[in-house]
Design a protein around this ligand. Structure first.
Ligand SMILES: N[C@@H](CCC(=O)N[C@@H](CS)C(=O)NCC(=O)O)C(=O)O
Length: 198
């Protein structure tokens, strides 16, 4: 069965590519942008990433990485366990409190039609992001968010922190800085980073 990933490395497709690189499985990467013909073929919104497992299509980066973790039995706790409930809570916390804030800033910078952008919201989003990273810091249990085991929320969190760095969204946390440095040093991360066109 062939896996196919649709979406550029600099997009949320990074999360999917990184999980696949860590799993060490074969896949085909279609380096396509949002609203490209390929993106619309996979998702009527034209958003990326999307993913194909054989003939089946999955959209949404968090859904795709959760599917891959479940299917390969890595980077996740089993469905129905208390650990899985805690893992999913972290996933949603990252999506609600970091991804959504960064995405609002992007929308009001370059995504929305110009007349719909409200740039004045950005200082408030920067404040909210820094506060929410501090809340994540309280959740960090060990080398990984959940302690000794790397799980799906780690992929999402590090991706959001990379996104924050390029959007110049700051925070003040030595603990989170050390965490992100540790995860960026992984071979899987470096392999995915190496896929970026220079
Ligand atoms: N929740 C979705 C968000 C997908 C999304 O918004 N992707 C961006 C690129 S990272 C996009 O395609 N934007 C184009 C648009 O909003 O129309 C996911 O995690 O996959």
């Amino acid at each position: 069965m062939t896996y196919e990933v649709f979406g550029g490395v600099a997009s949320r497709a990074f999360r999917v590519l990184w999980v696949l690189d860590e799993l060490g499985v074969e896949f085909v990467h279609h380096d396509v942008g949002p609203h490209s013909p390929e993106a619309y073929e996979m998702n009527p919104s034209g958003k990326i990433p999307s993913f194909k497992d054989g003939d089946d299509t999955i959209t949404d980066s968090a859904a795709i990485v959760t599917y891959l973790a479940d299917k390969h039995g890595q980077f996740t706790y089993p469905a129905g366990s208390i650990e899985r409930a805690r893992q999913d809570a972290l996933t949603h916390q990252i999506l609600d409190e970091l991804d959504a804030v960064l995405w609002a800033a992007s929308r009001h910078s370059f995504v929305l039609p110009e007349e719909q952008r409200v740039p004045e919201v950005k200082p408030s989003l920067r404040w909210e992001f820094a506060r929410n990273v501090k809340l994540m810091e309280d959740k960090l249990q060990g080398p990984f968010l959940m302690g000794e085991k790397m799980t799906i929320p780690d992929f999402l969190l590090v991706h959001c922190l990379n996104w924050a760095a390029s959007a110049k969204f700051d925070y003040d946390s030595d603990k989170i800085d050390a965490y992100v440095k540790r995860l960026r040093a992984r071979d899987g991360f470096k392999k995915t980073r190496g896929r970026l066109k220079t």
